[in-house]
Design a protein around this ligand. Structure first.
Ligand SMILES: [Zn+2]
Length: 66
Protein backbone atom coordinates (compact mmCIF):
# COMPACT_ATOMS: atom_id res chain seq x y z
CA UNK A 1 0.00 0.00 0.00
CA UNK A 2 1.12 3.54 -0.64
CA UNK A 3 0.02 7.09 -1.15
CA UNK A 4 -1.21 8.15 -4.58
CA UNK A 5 0.94 11.05 -5.76
CA UNK A 6 0.59 13.56 -8.57
CA UNK A 7 2.93 16.12 -10.09
CA UNK A 8 1.82 19.69 -9.47
CA UNK A 9 1.43 21.35 -12.89
CA UNK A 10 2.47 24.75 -11.53
CA UNK A 11 5.42 23.96 -9.27
CA UNK A 12 6.45 20.55 -10.64
CA UNK A 13 6.51 19.17 -7.12
CA UNK A 14 5.21 15.74 -6.17
CA UNK A 15 2.21 16.13 -3.92
CA UNK A 16 0.21 13.49 -2.05
CA UNK A 17 -3.47 13.20 -2.97
CA UNK A 18 -4.41 11.65 0.34
CA UNK A 19 -5.60 8.52 -1.47
CA UNK A 20 -4.04 5.30 -0.26
CA UNK A 21 -3.93 2.41 -2.72
CA UNK A 22 -2.07 -0.70 -3.69
CA UNK A 23 0.12 -0.18 -6.76
CA UNK A 24 -1.36 -3.09 -8.72
CA UNK A 25 -4.90 -2.27 -7.65
CA UNK A 26 -4.39 1.34 -8.69
CA UNK A 27 -3.30 0.33 -12.21
CA UNK A 28 -6.53 -1.64 -12.63
CA UNK A 29 -8.50 1.54 -12.15
CA UNK A 30 -7.71 2.49 -15.71
CA UNK A 31 -9.59 5.76 -15.87
CA UNK A 32 -10.64 8.04 -13.10
CA UNK A 33 -10.36 11.71 -12.42
CA UNK A 34 -9.45 12.87 -8.98
CA UNK A 35 -9.32 16.19 -7.28
CA UNK A 36 -6.88 17.14 -4.59
CA UNK A 37 -5.83 20.19 -2.69
CA UNK A 38 -2.25 21.15 -3.47
CA UNK A 39 -0.27 22.62 -0.58
CA UNK A 40 2.48 23.76 -2.96
CA UNK A 41 0.38 26.34 -4.78
CA UNK A 42 -2.71 26.38 -2.55
CA UNK A 43 -5.14 25.38 -5.26
CA UNK A 44 -7.17 22.35 -6.25
CA UNK A 45 -5.86 20.21 -9.09
CA UNK A 46 -7.76 17.71 -11.17
CA UNK A 47 -5.76 14.70 -12.23
CA UNK A 48 -6.15 11.54 -14.25
CA UNK A 49 -5.15 8.15 -12.89
CA UNK A 50 -2.53 7.77 -15.62
CA UNK A 51 -0.81 10.95 -14.40
CA UNK A 52 -0.62 9.65 -10.87
CA UNK A 53 1.57 7.05 -9.23
CA UNK A 54 1.68 5.16 -5.96
CA UNK A 55 4.53 6.00 -3.64
CA UNK A 56 5.01 2.88 -1.55
CA UNK A 57 7.10 4.23 1.31
CA UNK A 58 6.02 1.45 3.66
CA UNK A 59 7.44 -1.38 1.55
CA UNK A 60 10.76 0.43 1.26
CA UNK A 61 11.19 1.06 5.00
CA UNK A 62 9.90 -2.41 5.87
CA UNK A 63 12.56 -4.15 3.79
CA UNK A 64 15.27 -1.98 5.31
CA UNK A 65 14.12 -2.75 8.84
CA UNK A 66 14.15 -6.50 8.18
ZN1 LIG B 1 -0.13 22.74 -7.30
Amino acid sequence: MGTVMIRCPRTGRAIPTGIVSDRIEFRRKAVFIGRTYCAACRAEHEFFAREAWVDELDSRTASEAA
